[in-house]
Design a protein around this ligand. Structure first.
Ligand code: OMP
Length: 234
């Protein structure tokens, strides 16, 4: 294990985007002490990921449960309270005012950090227009970051390219977490608003989310170490 300190390790969240628990466990085993924070998203949650979340927490890892909740207030409040009871560290909801306010109520009194997903990193202005939105990405992210602050949730998920603007809105205590992160030269895939790990942190992100740059790497350990080294120097 390299000499990257624990604070830097906690800045990198590895997305366990796998179809089953055994594949996810194999990566966790391989990465060992290098990675302290894992994200369990939609695919793995459907395939037994909630039990894996409990195991990871029991093993001393932090867990980001990425369910991107969006439903009526009562449902979101209760689902958020259930996530808080499981001891997960982060839960996502879509950044709609009703939804964020309900999640804030559900998380009240617990250490769970609720983050509002502003505009997905796979969307650009054209995608928003096609979906019927009047505003482009920047204005929508600005509006939603302000609404997240008003709702009283911990912070937001945004693209690294939005992080500086969002940091200015949320202030130093708000949480800014950025997926859409690609080391220099890495395949962008379906992401449209991307930056490097160092650029994300320099723009004001607290943490970055990385999936395929680690999970699809020929050597995931080397890939994770390289990202951590970049973060340590950022
Ligand atoms: O909420 C998220 O984590 C998320 C929000 C967003 O706007 N974009 C985004 O890519 N994500 C997640 O971040 C991860 C990115 O994965 P890679 O593109 O493989 O690095 C995936 O698990 C996505 O579900």
């Amino acid at each position: 294990m390299s000499l990257v300190d624990a604070k830097v390790r906690d800045r990198m969240i590895v997305a366990l985007d796998y179809p089953n628990v055994s594949a996810a466990e194999a990566l966790v085993w391989q990465l060992g002490d290098i990675v302290t924070f894992y994200k369990i998203g939609l695919e793995l949650s459907i395939a037994g990921g909630l039990d894996l979340a409990a195991d990871l927490i029991g093993a001393g890892k932090k867990v980001f449960l990425d369910l991107k909740l969006h439903d009526i207030g009562n449902t979101v409040e209760r689902a958020t309270a259930a996530a808080a009871e499981r001891g997960v560290h982060i839960l996502t909801v879509h950044a709609y005012p009703q939804t964020m306010a309900a999640a804030a109520r559900g998380a009240k009194g617990s250490p769970l950090e609720v983050l509002g997903v502003t505009v997905l990193t796979s969307y650009d202005d054209t995608d928003l227009a096609t979906a019927g939105y009047r505003m482009g990405v920047t204005d929508t992210v600005r509006l939603r970051a302000g609404q997240a602050r008003e709702a009283g949730i911990a912070g937001v998920i945004c693209a690294p390219t939005d992080a500086a603007m969002v940091r200015a809105i949320l202030g130093p205590d708000g949480r800014v977490v950025t997926p859409g992160v690609r080391p220099k030269g890495a395949d962008v895939g379906d992401q449209k608003r991307v930056a490097t790990p160092a650029q994300a942190i320099a723009a004001g992100a607290d943490r970055i989310v990385v999936g395929r740059p680690v999970t699809a790497a020929a050597d995931p350990v080397a890939a994770a170490e390289a990202i951590l080294a970049e973060l340590a120097g950022a």
